[in-house]
Design a protein. Structure first.
Length: 143
């Protein structure tokens, strides 16, 4: 049992998750950002790139336009993957075509790619991020 717990903790510490939301309104409704930030961000077409660190969601970067945000999300995933063997999951909410395009590009750019999955997130996450969300999780295979 101790070995399993140790392996799970190593995996958690080594896994990197990044995502972007297409519409700030859902983050506002869930209390993740204020009304003013939502209005200004929407007017300026700001797409926040978020990541999970120590079990919490936090802002990583702010990018203007969806296409730049997706390109940056791809770059972050490639950087996190490095050259070692990794499994990658591309998550989305109502954006299957975008997710499959991102997965295809990652399959060409990640040298040590093991398993690559494209999955739609569930309702618990979806209510906070809204449709159009894209995420990438990179997990080293040797942990």
């Amino acid at each position: 049992m101790e070995e399993v717990v140790s392996a799970a903790n190593r995996c958690i510490c080594a896994t990197r998750s990044f995502f972007y939301v297409d519409n700030l309104e859902y983050l506002r409704r869930s209390g993740r950002i204020g009304t003013a930030a939502s209005l200004v961000g929407s007017a300026l077409m700001i797409k926040p790139l978020l990541h999970i660190t120590e079990g919490r969601i936090s802002l990583l970067e702010k990018v203007r336009t969806a296409s730049r945000a997706i390109a940056r999300l791809e770059d972050l995933a490639v950087e996190a993957a490095g050259t070692g063997p990794v499994d990658v999951a591309v998550q989305h909410l109502g954006a299957r075509e975008r997710a499959e395009g991102l997965a295809e590009r990652l399959s060409k750019r990640v040298p040590g790619l093991g398993e690559l999955r494209v999955v739609e997130v569930g309702a618990v996450i979806g209510v906070h991020v809204g449709p159009g969300m894209l995420g990438v999780t990179v997990t080293p295979c040797d942990t």
